[in-house]
Design a protein around this ligand. Structure first.
Ligand code: ATP
Ligand code: MG
Length: 653
């Protein structure tokens, strides 16, 4: 460990990066392309504020978009200012709102131990239960109601305003508007009955709270500095929340963003948002023109690509590469053409398999769609190459872990009937023990015990063999309060772990170990079970990548990442750009696809391999227009009938 990690890291920064880190308190937008050090500048600024004001009472608020990015930022700040990182609250927008509601939600009738329903299955079941209480059969069968409720919530339209909003703003016929509003009201009532919130209500309810002037003032006093990474991804409701919290005076805003990396327009992000920020908060703008990540040919290809977007607004300067071109004559960009998608997957897998283990671990395979990555994962498996798909999982995938988490939820919320149904169903799936939920609920009411206690009694009295009976005994210990939760959970995990040949369970167990450690470190050992479960709800349950494995990610899942070797597969018309964008009215969707391609290629630190096939399934496909726009045909790639791979698949390193 270096003597003063912050001082030495600050010395490594360029003059313009240092200027951004040391910026006074006024509002600033750091506008810069990929690999220009935006995240580095942001973490250094947090560390510097903490370092220079160790005795001040205020904290620093830093927001980003994924729990993984937030965790990474916390780790980087901790490395720069060991021991002080606890004074920086680094969250996702949703995580921050959950904290606000935990502390103050009672003003809106929200109890602090609310559950967060992050997966679609739970939310569908809430809506089904809600509709069963209050509406006719056709409503119950309408699959479009939940997306409509989500649409309204994402625009901060509450159930009470929904009817008027749909009729006046959205041109919905009056009867239909009334029907949607009624379903929305029932859904909200059902959530409230279960003391639960869904993802969109975290933002909506926090936004409502900030309408109390004292509340917004409280957060302005508590957090003197607000910092945002990847600001271009902020959607409309998040931005409104931010404005309401800031009121008319607060201006200590420090945001880093790249308008050319806005790839969440479908989720409410907008290329206009950065301009709004500059205008609404009077931000000065600092540009970081140097790309420290990619070799020059990749920086140039990226520059050539983005200028095809006619709607760029921010006048960002073209990036300059800080790194030299390889002195070993390595071609930093290479192209591969294949006959079919199957050939592409097996060809690229064979190429990766020929690498030594260290190079494999630094390889990232990117695609526009998850389906392409799944084929790639199979092909890599056939080559014996370990590969991890980096994709958000809203829930554990094995019934064993779903059951265990349901037991914990039941402890925290003893009368949660919906959760009890999950518990019974999951247990039946792996232990083949069938219990009738209605019987169980009846018996617990008759005996005056909790549903979890009634469940353990039923299982224990069924005369099952170990380890299933052992699992029930451990849960009985938890339910009666006789067992220490941490010990009982460890014992349950050990009993479940005996079946580790099950791949899903293996993934879930390693995800659990990582998450539970991470949460305990972040919330402290004294945090109660309800808090632990809320944190668990907010995080992805994907397993950590196995050591030495190749990473696979969709372009949307690769934001902020970088890797020595990047394979971008499926770069054809109809996939990247997507079929929808090519056939859409207006250029907006196509420009978003171009930005996706820009994000993908600029993840590369050393070598980028672009590949495509002439046929995907039954469909003939042409190489993507983006290859031409990046200026690669004629340079790195050949085109036209009969064009084979531009270099052999197993080219020597
Ligand atoms: P993205 O837009 O993709 O999120 P970014 O602008 O946030 O990229 P960082 O991830 O902060 O960029 O930095 C990209 C890479 O460049 C990292 O490996 C970082 O350590 C390195 N880097 C940043 N600044 C410097 C510098 N001044 N000298 C050397 N390396 C740097
Ligand atoms: Mg970044």
């Amino acid at each position: 460990m270096r003597a003063d990690p912050l001082a030495s890291t600050l010395r490594e920064l360029s003059a313009i990066q240092q200027r951004a880190v040391e910026w006074h308190d006024g509002p600033l937008l750091v506008l810069a392309g990929p690999g220009s050090g935006k995240t580095r500048v942001l973490t250094c600024r947090i560390a510097r504020i903490l370092d220079q004001s160790p005795d001040e009472r205020f904290r620093v608020l830093a927001l980003t978009f994924t729990t993984k990015a937030a965790h990474e930022m916390t780790t980087r700040v901790a490395a720069l200012t060991p021991g002080l990182e606890e004074r920086a609250d680094i969250h996702t927008f949703h995580g921050f709102c959950a904290g606000v509601l935990r502390q103050h939600g009672v003003h809106l009738g929200i109890k602090p131990d609310f559950a967060i329903y992050s997966n679609a299955r739970d939310r569908r079941s809430v809506l089904q239960d809600a509709l069963a209480r209050g509406t006719s059969y056709p409503d119950r069968a309408d699959q479009r109601l939940l997306p409509r409720i989500d649409y309204l919530k994402a625009r901060l339209v509450g159930a009470d305003q929904a009817e008027e909003w749909c009729a006046s703003r959205n041109g919905t016929p009056a009867r239909e508007a009334a029907r949607i509003a009624r379903a929305y009201r029932l859904y909200e009532d059902e959530l409230r009955r279960s003391n639960a919130l869904d993802y969109n209500s975290l933002i909506l309810e926090a936004h409502k709270l900030m309408a109390f002037p004292a509340m917004a003032r409280h957060y302005r006093t508590m957090y003197r500095h607000w910092l945002f990474d990847e600001f271009q991804d902020t959607n409309g409701s998040q931005y409104k929340l931010l404005r309401r919290m800031a009121g008319s005076d607060f201006r200590r805003i420090f945001a880093v963003a790249d308008d050319d990396q806005t790839i969440y327009e479908w989720n409410g992000a907008s290329i206009r948002r950065i301009g709004d920020l500059v205008r609404d908060f009077g931000c000065e703008v600092v540009q970081l023109p140097t790309n420290y990540r990619c070799p020059p040919p990749i920086v140039e290809a990226g520059n050539r690509l983005v200028v095809y977007n006619a709607r760029r607004r921010m006048r960002k300067r073209p990036a300059e590469a800080a790194r030299p071109t390889s002195s070993h004559g390595e071609r930093h960009i290479q192209c591969r053409e294949f006959e079919t998608d199957h050939d592409e997957a097996t060809g690229i897998a064979a190429e990766i398999a020929a690498l030594d283990a260290t190079k494999r671990a630094g390889t990232l395979v990117l695609a526009r769609t998850r389906a392409l990555l799944e084929s790639m994962q199979v092909a890599l498996k056939e080559e014996g190459v370990p590969a991890t798909l980096l994709a958000r999982r809203d829930d554990f995938v094995s019934p064993q872990m779903r059951w265990m988490v349901a037991c914990l939820r039941q402890l925290a919320r003893p009368v949660d009937r919906r959760n009890m149904a999950i518990l019974v169903d999951a247990f039946q799936r792996f232990a083949q023990v069938s219990l009738d939920l209605d019987d169980l609920l009846f018996s617990c009411a008759a005996e005056g015990v909790t549903p979890l206690s009634a469940w353990t009694r039923m299982v224990q009295s069924a005369g099952l063999r170990s380890p299933v009976s052992e699992l029930a005994n451990r849960v009985a210990g938890l339910a009666s309060g006789e067992a220490r939760p941490a010990t009982a959970i460890e014992e349950i995990l050990d009993l479940l772990g005996n079946h580790e040949s099950d791949e899903n369970l293996k993934d879930d167990l390693s995800a659990w170990r990582r998450l539970s450690g991470e949460i305990r470190r972040e919330v402290g050992p004294a945090a109660d079970l309800g808090r632990f479960l809320q944190e668990l709800d907010l995080r992805s349950k994907e397993p950590p990548p196995a050591p030495g494995s190749v990473s696979l990610a969709t372009i949307h899942g690769a934001k902020g990442l970088e890797s020595d070797r990047v394979h971008l597969i499926g770069i054809v018309e109809g996939i990247l750009p997507s079929w929808h964008s090519v056939n859409a009215d207006g250029v907006g969707p196509l420009e978003e696809e171009r930005r996706s391609c820009f994000v993908a290629v600029t993840r590369t630190k050393q070598r980028l391999v672009l590949s495509w096939a002439r046929r995907y399934g039954e469909w003939p496909k042409a190489p993507s227009r983006f290859l031409e726009e990046m200026g690669l045909f004629g340079r790195e790639c050949r085109r036209g009938p009969g064009a084979g791979p531009s270099v052999p698949h197993s080219s020597p390193e």
